[in-house]
Structure formats: structure tokens, C-alpha cells
Design a protein around this ligand. Structure first.
Ligand SMILES: [Fe+2]
Length: 183
């Protein structure tokens, strides 16, 4: 039986019921991204960058996120655990901590190639970039309702904190897609 979107969601739902949900989701995603072509077939081709919701509930959100080549998303938090499983291209993650004078300071980063899984605790602040000439495609799983939670984002230039604005994020994707199509 080929893998389906429902299988992916069912595995995440089962993991969330375990005693350590984030770690159980990590293990589920490790299995899934070990076979990237099955995931690609199940979730469909990526034609442009964007956030595709696969499942949304109070305790679990599952997204397919495709980062357009050349795109970067400014620092933000989630206020819930999150697990990223890469199955196409590469995400470059940078991590930050709050800084009394400068708003934020960068404290490292991690490149995520295909097959890698990243677990983030609920207080993580990160930014994401796709510096390659192909889409960076991943399953993003969150321990809550990703679209409903109050969160923060920080300006790239000033590191000033403001409420997370998902419409702004969608515009970033639109602009990046237009640039990529224009070559
Ligand atoms: Fe994020």
C-alpha cells in the first residue's frame, strides 16, 4: 500500500498521545523522511513555496512547508513544541535568544538536508532560509493549533519584537514565488 496523507496524519496523532509527544513525533518523522519519494508521492508535487495545512486541531498541527529558493523567514517563536522533517532540498535554521539591549542575539544554527529531523522546544526562536536553487520541502508538526496561538516575530534589521503576522508571512511567500518565477 502506498503511503497516504491520512497515514502521515494518523502517525502524528498516535505519537501525540504518547508520554513524550515531541520525541514520539520525531521518531515518526525520522521514519517518514527516510523514504522521501514516498512522502513526495503522498503529499503531491511542489509547484510554489507556501504553507499547506494537512491537519489542524487544538493539540496538533501538521503542515507541508515549501520554502522558495532564495527565500528567508525572519526570527519567530512558536510557543509550542515543533518538529521539522526534511524530504526535499535544505532548510538553513538560525537560532536566537533574547538580549536585553539588542532584542535578540544569534546563538548558532543548523543546516537541515533531506532526511534530517529537528525538534524545537516551546521557547525556541528561529529563522529559516533556503539558500539553494531548489524548493526546501518539509513536514512541520506542532504540539498545538499553529494558526490560533499568540506568538512573536522579530524584524531582521532591528530585532524589534512584534506580534506574529501570518498574513505578512504569506506575502513573503508570494513575493519569493514571483521572484523565482521571474528568474
Ligand atoms: Fe518556525
Amino acid at each position: 500500500m502506498p503511503l497516504t496523507v491520512d497515514d502521515v496524519i494518523a502517525r502524528c496523532q498516535a505519537a501525540v498521545r504518547e508520554a513524550t509527544p515531541a520525541l514520539a513525533v520525531r521518531d515518526a518523522l525520522r521514519e517518514l523522511v527516510a523514504d522521501p519519494s514516498s512522502l513526495e508521492r503522498a503529499l503531491g508535487p511542489v509547484e510554489e513555496g507556501g504553507i499547506a495545512p494537512l491537519h489542524r486541531a487544538e493539540d496538533l498541527t501538521v503542515l507541508r512547508v515549501a520554502w522558495t529558493p532564495g527565500m528567508a523567514l525572519n526570527p519567530h517563536d512558536h510557543r509550542m513544541w515543533a518538529v521539522i522533517g526534511m524530504y526535499g532540498g535544505q532548510e538553513d535554521n538560525a537560532f536566537y535568544r533574547r538580549h536585553a539591549e539588542h532584542g535578540l542575539e544569534q546563538v548558532g544554527g543548523r543546516e537541515l538536508p533531506v532526511g534530517d529531523v529537528l525538534v524545537m522546544g516551546d521557547d525556541i526562536i528561529h529563522s529559516v532560509a533556503n539558500s539553494r536553487r531548489e524548493f526546501a520541502v518539509a513536514l512541520h508538526v506542532y504540539g498545538g493549533d499553529f494558526f490560533d496561538a499568540a506568538r512573536s516575530e522579530w524584524d531582521w534589521g532591528t530585532y524589534e519584537e512584534r506580534p506574529r503576522d501570518l498574513d505578512r508571512t504569506r506575502r513573503l511567500f508570494d513575493e519569493a514565488n514571483a521572484r523565482w518565477r521571474a528568474g
